[in-house]
Design a protein around this ligand. Structure first.
Ligand code: BT5
Length: 263
């Protein structure tokens, strides 16, 4: 974290970034949980981050695992409701940020960033209501330096880290700042110009376009099969062309299985 100014306060380090507060926690159960609980005390755009997340949350009650000190966990606070395509914008943000460090990745709808078809990053958007104020968090976990043994020990056979796949060592705080700044630019552009141009860009690095895919409901039951067509230009929904009809699926309600061989 060289070159940044730190202030120790109540057990966390407050990084004075260019235009936002990054609350760097030495250890926390979940950055999403922490930022949602403290949302009313912090401004829109505040980031909470750690490399020691002990009880990371995934979608639908699943867990997001960490090998201590080897993963960047960060959450970005957004005041107000998020649009349905927020997860896709966050995935695009991580894709663009990794690119700035020379790391090539792909996006697997709805919420994974992958390298060589293995999950290097997961995204979880959550919200809370305090009085009449809605606050949301964009939670991002990026595997940085876990080894194959770390993943095996956790039973994760479709996971990778940046170091494992690319031999690159990324500074967690630098990546965190890069993601926060990239998100800000993308978020502002999406708010002023809409999602459509992003949908087209995201499709260029989307895994499995034009390939057969199975759509599963939240219990893992297959509900639709077809060919992956792409991302809906206004909602971010995933469009699948079946034998008789084309259907759109909303992030949070379904998982995909097919050529990925994983959830
Ligand atoms: C996700 O859920 O991928 C969302 C992960 C979000 C994590 C961030 S970290 C910062 C913030 N604070 C939090 O508490 N959470 C967010 P889902 O699509 O449900 O995927 C979960 C599944 O991914 C698990 O069931 C495992 O199969 C797999 N998995 C768990 N940990 C992993 C890891 N470190 N790397 C790759 N795959 C993992």
């Amino acid at each position: 974290m060289a070159g940044q100014e730190f202030i120790r306060k109540d057990g966390y380090i407050l990084v004075n970034s260019k235009n936002r507060e990054i609350l760097w926690l030495e250890e926390v159960d979940s950055t999403n949980r922490w930022l949602l609980d403290h949302a009313s005390n912090y401004a829109d755009g505040t980031v909470c981050a750690t490399t020691n997340q002990t009880k990371g949350r995934g979608r639908l009650g699943r867990q997001w695992e960490n090998a201590s000190g080897k993963m960047l966990a960060m959450s970005i606070l957004v005041k107000g409701l998020l649009p349905p395509y927020a997860t896709q914008l966050a995935g695009w943000t991580v894709y663009k940020s990794l690119k700035q460090f020379g790391v090539d990745s792909s996006i697997k709808w709805p919420n994974d960033v992958v390298i060589d078809n293995k999950k290097v990053c997961g995204i979880l958007c959550e919200s809370t209501i305090c009085g009449d104020e809605v606050s949301c968090v964009i939670g991002i976990g990026v595997n940085l330096s876990q080894t194959e043994e770390d993943f095996k020990a956790l039973g994760l056979f479709y996971a990778t880290s940046v170091a494992l796949s690319t031999k690159k060592t990324l500074d967690p705080s630098l990546l965190c700042e890069t993601i926060a700044e990239t998100w800000q630019k993308i978020w502002e552009k999406a708010n002023s110009q809409g999602f459509e141009s992003f949908a087209k860009e995201i499709e260029t690095c989307l895994v499995g376009l034009g390939s057969p895919v199975k759509v599963l409901d939240t219990k893992g039951t297959p509900i639709f099969e077809g060919i992956a067509l792409g991302i809906h230009p206004t909602t971010g929904a995933f469009c699948v062309k079946g034998d008789k009809e084309t259907k759109e699926f909303v992030a949070g309600e379904v998982s995909l299985r097919g050529l990925y061989g994983q959830e």
